[in-house]
Design a binder for this molecule. Structure first.
Ligand code: SAM
Ligand code: SF4
Length: 324
């Protein structure tokens, strides 16, 4: 299914909760966000019904996110529901990794293909500060469990923030040398808490300079290359990647749409445009009606975001309410 700008939209990011057991400084306010009642949140059966309706339109990749998706009860059964949709070829999950050690085996059995684990510091004390209470060891165990149970490729996503963790980029690269992990550095986006806290991104070129990377980018051989540029460090077991939504603007290749946990389609991460699917789902909309809503939403997808032009502005939702 193509949008107005000829982009093939084959990927949906589904946020299943906006709750989280961490409070990352750039994502969640210290006190958390006002919890939504369970009535406001789409039931797993409702999400699955929607995915089943739109999959024949060409949506073949699903990423489950949050908030922290692994804190929602029934998440393993939800993965199995998605796995039963024949057109869905790739199911991935983005997690903070803290509960992955206990759930990795069940998630794999239910049909999950792979995970991305968000990890912004390798120093236990700094990690605790950046997540406001997280335990680094539990995340490392989660990454180990993901590798052990074949939720691969395992990608480790690190949002680099000036003055917080930009001194650790070389340590992260070492992870990709020593382990079969894909470590990706992500530019901080001016959404929600990062704006309120006045945090600064570290541009991709700057990180590459710190690392003295003179390598040529390589083609990523695994599933889910996404908008990143990848490098292989000689002798290393994994890959290093960069995702630069601000300095490298990849909107021309954007293939995704987002669904929030309260049932709104978001056609662009940076846009306030939201299309409700909860009311139609609960009102008994047919497959054709759901498809029509989806196609109309796609037609509202803008050509690109303007985060690099208008960097500081208030957004209705913080990132934990969108799903990244
Ligand atoms: N809780 C899960 C996790 O942390 O992986 C899933 C949800 S979290 C909102 C998804 C991703 O968004 C995380 O990798 C997080 O680092 C990233 N994120 C949150 N706020 C961001 C921002 N302002 N700029 C860039 N990435 C951000
Ligand atoms: Fe939670 Fe993920 Fe946001 Fe951190 S980045 S507060 S783990 S939703």
């Amino acid at each position: 299914m193509k949008d107005r700008f000829g982009r093939e939209i084959d990927y949906i990011r589904v946020s299943v909760t906006d709750r989280c057991n961490f409070r990352c400084i750039y994502c969640m306010p210290e006190k958390g966000i006002a919890p939504k009642s369970s009535e406001d949140i789409l039931r797993f059966e409702e999400i699955a019904r929607f995915l089943k309706a739109i999959a024949p339109l060409g949506v073949s990749k699903v990423r489950i996110t949050g908030g922290e998706p692994l804190v929602r009860k029934g998440i393993v059964d939800f993965v199995a529901m998605v796995r039963h949709i024949p057109e869905i070829q790739d199911i991935a999950l983005t997690t903070n990794g803290s509960l992955l050690a206990e759930l990795a085996a069940d998630l794999k059995r239910a049909g999950l293909d792979r995970v991305n684990v968000s990890l912004d510091s390798l120093n236990p004390e700094k990690f605790r500060r950046m997540t406001r209470g997280g335990n680094l060891k539990s995340v490392i165990k989660g990454i180990e469990a993901a590798l052990e149970h074949g939720l691969v490729p395992v990608k480790v996503n690190c949002v680099v923030i000036k003055g917080f963790n930009d001194d650790e980029v070389a340590d992260f690269v070492k992870l990709a040398i020593d382990y079969p992990l894909t470590v990706r550095f992500i530019e901080l986006m001016p959404i929600g808490e990062s704006v309120r806290e006045g945090m600064e991104l570290v541009p991709q070129d700057h990180i590459a300079r710190i690392l003295g990377l003179k390598l040529e980018p390589v083609k990523y051989p695994e599933k889910g290359a996404g908008p990143a540029v990848y490098y292989k460090i000689p002798g290393g077991k994994g890959y290093v990647g960069f995702i630069a939504p601000i300095t490298r603007h990849f909107c021309a290749y954007c293939n995704r749409i987002r669904l929030t946990s309260d049932g709104k389609l978001k056609v662009c991460l940076a846009s306030e445009e939201e299309i409700d699917i909860k009311a139609p789902l609960r009102g008994g909309a047919s497959v054709e009606e759901l498809q029509r809503i989806f196609v109309n939403a796609l037609m509202k997808k803008p050509e690109g975001h303007r985060m690099n032009v208008v960097p500081f502005r208030k957004t209705k939702r913080t990132m934990c309410q969108i799903g990244g």
